[in-house]
Design a binder for this molecule. Sequence first.
Ligand code: 5GP
Ligand code: ZN
Length: 113
Amino acid sequence: MQDCLFCKIIAGSVPSKKVYEDEHVYAFYDIAPNAPVHVLVIPKLHIASADEVDFGNSEYVARIFEAIPNIAKLAGIVNGYRIISNCGEDASQTVKHLHFHILGGKVMKEKLV
Ligand code: 5GP
Ligand code: ZN
């Protein structure tokens, strides 16, 4: 996707601070962290949001979740983390490329659910 910021980050035309990369998955530090450790994990295929996941692309989502434990370790998270994916307008998704926020490095007492 030409106009997608995260596709540009995967392609390297927009710089990012990489945590992890494999054939299906790219992980990098969020530019505006909401926790001491804030990593974004994205598929290397343009999927607009969780609402666009289907039988044809769900392998990317599986690969993401298989990689997350290692990504958390690489980012130095030792005591648990929160995974968030904002999906669509009502959830205030700002970048329309599926991403999972990995938040850690502090006790997160505040809970939405
Ligand atoms: P959303 O609001 O869509 O769930 O999350 C988008 C996230 O992307 C935000 O946390 C925001 O800080 C992050 N972000 C936006 N632009 C950039 C960028 O150019 N580089 C990085 N590393 N993160 C970005
Ligand atoms: Zn994209």
